[in-house]
Design a protein around this ligand. Structure first.
Ligand code: ZN
Length: 418
């Protein structure tokens, strides 16, 4: 009743006329973006983006008690209860840890990842990915996997939770890690108590908590040394001509290569969050009026240069790269990705504390204890708890960056000897 009432009251505040305008404009803007991005034409998108910002300000104004213009949008679109005031210091803490870590990594020799860029036939890649996620616990009797231009998870009901992937025959990591990522989203939905099906509780509680599950399985499990100790011989058997002469250590370093890059969706585990924090800060400036739309490409370049040490040569690989601002909204669009990363480590640490055997189990190809803990503490509840309640109940403390920063420092400190 609490959740149903919250959604009901929230939906009363935003009129159907305003919501209609948001989505109609989003569709028109998206159409324009599909042409403007390949032709590198930010000028075409400027009026669209201005209008998106105006509409989003109107949506925000439907919630007059908010402390900050972005807060109602964070609530409305993605992460209920999270505010600019709580997120800013958390992101600042993370950024302060990441910038020097990435700088130190960049001073070290880059690992050779050419083993990932040989020819890997699509059929074998898909078969291997399926066998992996089946053992992680994705239930194929209540789901299926198909190919799509962009990987995603979609749920029709708790008995039908589907995922997609895309395959690049010259990049082994693309299908493999996107498959594990989407299976993490799907296992969250499949783990919700069946009695909740058809109720407002039958879904993940927020973008951030959802992303914590895709990232936990993709990175903390799927890019760990123990995981590959178990799966690498199988991968070598699936691709003997490509991998029989590549050592486990070389492969492990290749799938964990850190590189400063321009494109968010291609970013590695360490640099990824800087891409998000840049977007989060710029959304704030655009909505509050501190940054004008025509100054956005330059502000984007400046932040990439100062935070990541690389600046895009054009807007196509700069400000135009993500569809979010050009098809959906400005405000509340990006914080969930980094919340997910932070939370993935906090939840994994709590699971490990409850069951210290989890890492050894993973190295033997066993995932039941980890998935069991996640089901008991996260999955089964669906949307019953707010993100903040869920985090506190599952880990005994509020959202904190400490486990995530410790995890990155330990893993990449060892990998890059820093
Ligand atoms: Zn995801």
């Amino acid at each position: 009743m609490r959740v149903a009432r919250r959604e009901f009251e929230r939906n009363l505040r935003v009129s159907p006329e305003l919501l209609g305008r948001l989505f109609r404009h989003g569709a028109a803007s998206f159409e324009a973006w599909t042409v403007a991005r390949p032709t590198n034409d930010f000028a075409v998108m400027e009026p669209h983006l201005r209008q998106t910002i105006d509409i989003c300000r109107e949506v925000s104004a439907c919630f007059p008690g908010a402390q900050h213009v972005v807060d109602p949008l964070i609530d409305y679109f993605a992460d209920y209860g999270m505010t600019t005031q709580t997120l800013r210091p958390i992101f600042a803490e993370l950024r302060a840890a990441l910038v020097p870590l990435i700088g130190a990594i960049a001073n070290q020799p880059a690992p050779d990842d050419s083993c990932l860029h040989q020819h890997f036939p699509e059929g074998q890649q898909l078969a291997f990915g399926r066998s992996v996620i089946e053992r992680l616990g994705y239930d194929f009797t209540r789901g299926r996997q198909d190919k799509a231009p962009h990987p995603f998870m979609t749920k029709f009901n708790l008995g039908d939770v589907r995922i997609t992937t895309r395959v690049k025959e010259h990049d082994l990591s693309e299908a493999l890690f996107s498959t594990i990522h989407e299976s993490g989203h799907a296992m969250y939905e499949q783990g919700i108590r069946r009695e909740l099906d058809g109720t407002p509780l039958a879904g993940g509680t927020s973008s951030g908590v959802h992303e914590s599950q895709s990232r936990l399985w993709e990175n903390l499990v799927g890019r760990s040394r123990g995981f590959w100790r178990h799966f690498y011989p199988e991968l070598q058997a699936a691709f003997p001509s490509q991998l029989s002469n590549v050592s486990l250590d070389t492969f492990y370093r290749a799938v964990n290569k850190v590189q400063r890059s321009l494109i968010r969706t291609d970013a590695d585990e360490v640099t990824y969050n800087l891409h998000i924090i840049i977007r989060f800060d710029l959304e704030d400036e655009l909505l509050s009026g501190a940054l004008a739309v025509n100054d956005l490409p330059e502000a984007w370049r400046a932040r990439y240069q100062s935070d990541l040490g690389v600046a895009p040569p054009d807007d196509r690989d700069g400000v135009l790269q993500d569809m979010h601002w050009f098809a959906l909204a400005v405000g509340g669009m990006f914080q969930g990705y980094t919340l997910g990363n932070i939370l993935s480590a906090q939840l994994f640490a709590a699971a490990r504390q409850a069951h210290p055997s989890i890492p050894e189990e993973i190295a033997r190809g066993g995932f039941d204890t980890l998935r069991g803990w996640l089901t008991a503490n996260v999955y089964q509840h669906g949307s019953k708890f707010t993100p903040a309640e869920l985090i506190e109940r599952a880990t005994g403390q509020p959202l904190t960056t400490a486990p995530y920063i410790a995890y990155l420092r330990e893993k990449f400190g060892e990998l890059y000897q820093i």
